[in-house]
Design a protein around this ligand. Structure first.
Ligand code: ATP
Ligand code: MG
Ligand code: ZN
Length: 298
C-alpha cells in the first residue's frame, strides 16, 4: 500500500473532528476475554504470559485478554497486531460468531445501551446482529453464499432484519449494489463468478443492507491487487462520510489503517498494548512492539 498523501491525512482529521467527542459511544467493550479450550488453574491469572498465549499445561489459548474500548458514532477504529494477536477473534466475538468467555458489550441503540449484550440469549444475539451490525469477513466465502445471486445475498440479510416486501427488497439490492459499483446487469449473477474485489464489494453491500450503525471489517483488502484495494478503501471512506456508520477496521496493513482509522488499537498476544489517535500511534509509537510494527511494515 502506498503512503497516503497529505490531503488524505487532512481529510481524515476533518472526519475525526466531525464526531463530537462528548457524544455517547455507540459501542462499549469491557474486559472482553476469549479463551479457546477449557482452561485450567495454570492458565490463570490472565496476566501470566505464555508464548503464543498457549497454556503449556492444558493447551488452551487466551486469544483476547481484558479488552476495553469505546467506539463513537461515525468513528473508524483501526486494529493492528501481528498474526495470532487476536484481531479476528475480537471482531468475531463482537459479532457473536464466537462466544466470549467473559466480559461485557453495550451498544447504544440496543436496550438503551444498558444491557450486556454478550449475556443475551442466542435469539436476542441473532436479532442484534441482524439489525444493528454488519460484518465483512477476510474470506468472502464466510460472508457470502457464493452460488446465490448477489441480489439474493442482500435479500437474505434484509429478510433476517424483518424486511419482507419483495419489490422493495429488489430495489434496495439494486441501490446497494450500485453504491458499490456492481453493474446492475450483474445483480442476479452469483458472486462465485466475480473477482475478489467485486466479492468484497458485494460483501460490503450486504453488510450495509440493514443500515447498521456499526460495521466490522476484517482484513477487507488483504489479498487484493493494489488498484482494487484503493477502490475498496475509497468506498469505505465515502460510506463513512455519507452514512456516518462507525467501523472497526482490522488490518495488518498499516497503510490501510493510516488511510482509514481515526484511532488505532495495537494488539499483542491478545492484549491491547497501545491505543490512541492513529497519527500519534504511527508517528510516535510509545511501545517497543508498536515501534517494531511501524518500522517493519511501513
Ligand atoms: N477456533 C480456534 N480454536 C483454537 N484456537 C484458535 C481458534 N481461532 C483462533 N485461535 C487462536 O487464537 C489466537 C488469535 O487468533 P486470531 O485469528 O484472532 O488472530 P489474528 O490476529 O486475526 O491473526 P491473523 O493476522 O493471522 O488473521 C491464535 O493463537 C489462534 O491460533
Ligand atoms: Mg485474523
Ligand atoms: Zn491451562
Amino acid at each position: 500500500m502506498s503512503l497516503p498523501s497529505r490531503l488524505d491525512s487532512q481529510q481524515r482529521q476533518g472526519a475525526a473532528q466531525d464526531a463530537a467527542p462528548d457524544e455517547r459511544p455507540i459501542l462499549q467493550v469491557r474486559n472482553l476475554n476469549k479463551r479457546f479450550g477449557d482452561g485450567c488453574a495454570h492458565c490463570l491469572p490472565a496476566h501470566v504470559e505464555h508464548p503464543g498465549n498457549r497454556c503449556p499445561r492444558c493447551g488452551s489459548v487466551q486469544a483476547c485478554i481484558d479488552l476495553n474500548f469505546d467506539l463513537y458514532p461515525g468513528e473508524i477504529l483501526g486494529v493492528v497486531g501481528e498474526s495470532g494477536s487476536g484481531k479476528s477473534t475480537m471482531v468475531r466475538s463482537l459479532y457473536f460468531d464466537e462466544d466470549a468467555t467473559s466480559g461485557e458489550m453495550f451498544i447504544s441503540s440496543c436496550k438503551n445501551g444498558e444491557s450486556n449484550l454478550l449475556a443475551e440469549s442466542a435469539q436476542q444475539k441473532r436479532y442484534i446482529r441482524n439489525h444493528v451490525m454488519g460484518m465483512v469477513y477476510q474470506n468472502p466465502y464466510l460472508g457470502l453464499r457464493m452460488s446465490y445471486s448477489s441480489s439474493g445475498n442482500i435479500a437474505e440479510k434484509l429478510f433476517a432484519a424483518d424486511h419482507f416486501h419483495v419489490g422493495r427488497i429488489r430495489e434496495r439490492a439494486a441501490e446497494l449494489l450500485g453504491r458499490v459499483e456492481i453493474p446492475l446487469g450483474r445483480m442476479d449473477e452469483p458472486p462465485k463468478r466475480f473477482s475478489g474485489g467485486m466479492q468484497q464489494r458485494v460483501q460490503i453491500s450486504k453488510a450495509l443492507a440493514n443500515n447498521p450503525p456499526l460495521l466490522l471489517l476484517d482484513e477487507v483488502t488483504t489479498g487484493l491487487d493494489l488498484s482494487v484495494q484503493a477502490r475498496v478503501l475509497d468506498l469505505i471512506r465515502s460510506l463513512r462520510r455519507e452514512l456516518k456508520v462507525a467501523m472497526v477496521v482490522v488490518s495488518h496493513d498499516l497503510g490501510v489503517i493510516r488511510m482509514l482509522a481515526d484511532r488505532t488499537m495495537v494488539l499483542r498476544q491478545g492484549r491491547i498494548i497501545e491505543m490512541g489517535l492513529t497519527d500519534q500511534i504511527l508517528e510516535d509509537p510509545q511501545h517497543a512492539y508498536t515501534q517494531l510494527l511501524v518500522h517493519s511494515l511501513l
